[in-house]
Design a protein around this ligand. Structure first.
Ligand code: 3SK
Length: 510
């Protein structure tokens, strides 16, 4: 149903906490710096004034290429407070990719962190719709100094936005094709916070969260901003790359109660030479994983070493956060769990007919947090946003207990001798070998032009692996016919900025 209520998510995330007496409580901590809920209220209102001073009006778009520093929530929520739409961009892209997104979104202003300015500087003059560039951090000649401009701005009033009005955009990169602008409405972030943050993870004001996934990523935005703010909790921000060593340092220094990572990071932390209980946070109560399915072996080893479970779930930029998930008291490693209450899912075949338990189908999801569509990409929008149901592009099976088991991206699945092979299942079997750090499996034609699995394997430091050893290991784990017929040993796997393996690049290499 259309929702015309006055609703501004900045009010819900900030003012509600101040009104509840949390004005002096840190909402964000970044190294030596912190920002209380009260300071965030004042700064986000000043951000409204700043936008107005520079002629930016409700529904205008402003781009953010902003690291995870305490300015991030000020810019993001301040713009939303003004009814101006922040477009959060991945901070790891190239100048050309930014040229595309800045042109596509027609953002009128850009808020860029100083360390990233050099990447965008060469393309800025080629974007006629961009009127102002604010640099966050050390001032850069020829640009506006965000801190100085914010300090010079009066506090402005919150726009009376409505629930169904667009609040912010993210960009979905997908594995191929041009990135797609994904507009989300005012209520979506608050709803993900209730449905997943509160109802599944049990976020409360007592929590301190660290998300290795950055705020520009839908997964990181929920973990590090929407969920803790909806609960009045505190987030630890870390602007640099979250290496295993850096994450262990953060866990020990800030002692978060909730840690959110991605499978690659959990695997790398487990492989870290000194990894052990003393390296973790003594207050950690739960970990969360998404971005890719968590291999069973990684989840079980993590629980054994650190004594804390990882709640593995699946979400998407299009749905804003996780809609299918394990639950802290119902964890089945190797599965993505069950639908998060508030969402419905279906598994369908190529004719959109529901498949039976145990059969592979494409996952469709229905829920209130779906994006409005893709910006200016009508054909792709129609294919993905099919009325109430949203296509995920993921293939799954459902077991007899109702748990969903990931098989691979629709584009990554392949048939061997007429039977679907889940690259993820073969990869999980490879990863369960103690000498394997990471693995990716793709189809490859043999001498008779028949398709067989081919694996790319990243060995753990110092591991002495060979083909026969891994072949026998996979056969013993998942049966005799799915083992890789070829194994290439590599130093790393191609991945998206958010940690998803780009199997299409490996297919192209073959
Ligand atoms: O990839 C995921 O599983 C995910 C989870 C939450 C939000 C966004 C994404 C892409």
């Amino acid at each position: 149903m259309d929702d015309k209520r006055i609703f501004n998510v900045a009010v819900d995330f900030i003012d509600r906490n101040v009104d509840a007496g949390r004005g002096d409580k840190p909402a964000f901590i970044e190294g030596e710096r912190s920002l209380t809920y009260g300071e965030l209220q004042a700064d986000s209102e000043r951000m409204v004034g700043l936008l107005s001073r520079f002629g930016l009006r409700r529904e205008d778009r402003v781009a953010m290429i902003t690291l995870d520093t305490i300015e991030y929530p000020v810019i993001f929520l301040g713009a939303i407070r003004a009814g101006v739409i922040p477009v959060a961009l991945n901070t790891l892209l190239s100048g050309e990719q930014y040229r595309y997104m800045l042109s596509d979104s027609r953002a009128k202003a850009l808020f860029v962190s100083e360390p990233l300015y050099q990447t965008v500087a060469p393309i800025l003059a080629s974007i006629p719709t961009l009127e102002h560039v604010f640099v966050v951090g050390h001032p850069v000649a020829g640009t506006l100094d965000f801190a100085a401009e914010l300090a010079a701005s009066e506090r402005g009033a919150t726009a009376e936005t409505t629930a169904d009005e667009v609040a912010f955009w993210l960009y979905s990169s997908g594995s191929t094709g041009a990135p797609k602008g994904v507009p989300h409405v005012q209520t979506s972030a608050a709803e993900t916070a209730t449905l997943f943050g509160t109802n599944i993870i049990g976020f409360s004001e007592n929590d301190v969260v660290f998300s290795a996934a950055k705020l520009f990523f839908a997964y990181g935005l929920g973990n590090g901003l929407s969920f803790p703010m909806a609960a009045g909790a505190t987030t630890i921000l870390y602007p640099a790359r979250p290496t295993p060593q850096a994450v262990f340092d953060i866990l020990q220094t800030y002692q978060p109660t909730v840690f959110c990572g991605v499978p690659t990071l959990y695997a790398a932390m487990l492989a870290y030479p000194e990894a052990g209980p003393a390296m973790g946070s003594p207050k950690l109560r739960i970990c969360v994983s998404a971005g890719e399915a968590l291999p069973e072996d990684v989840g079980k080893r993590w629980k054994k070493l650190f004594g804390v479970d990882i709640v593995d779930g699946v979400g998407s930029t299009e749905m804003l956060h996780i809609f299918l998930s394990n639950k802290p008291d119902d964890i089945v490693y190797g599965t993505s769990g069950k639908p998060v209450p508030g969402y419905d899912v279906r598994l369908v075949d190529e004719h959109d007919a529901d498949v039976a338990d145990g059969e592979v189908g494409e996952l469709l999801v229905r829920g209130t947090t779906a994006a409005v569509g893709y910006w200016n990409q009508r054909e792709k929008s129609r294919r993905t946003f099919m009325g109430e149901w949203t296509r995920t592009g993921d293939k799954y099976t459902r077991d007899a207990s109702g748990n969903y088991v990931y098989c691979g991206r629709t584009d990554d699945m392949f048939k061997v001798s007429g039977i679907w092979v889940s690259p993820f299942e073969v990869e999980s079997a490879l990863i369960s070998h103690p000498g394997v750090l990471e693995a990716a499996v793709v189809p490859r034609a043999d001498g008779e032009n028949l398709i067989k699995p081919c694996a790319f394997v990243v060995p753990k430091n110092g591991a002495d692996l060979d083909y026969d050893m891994l072949k026998e290991h996979v056969k013993s784990e998942i049966g005799k016919w799915k083992y890789p017929r070829w194994i290439e040993f590599v130093d790393e796997l191609p991945k998206t900025a958010t940690g998803k393996i780009q199997r299409f690049k490996l297919r192209e290499m073959l």
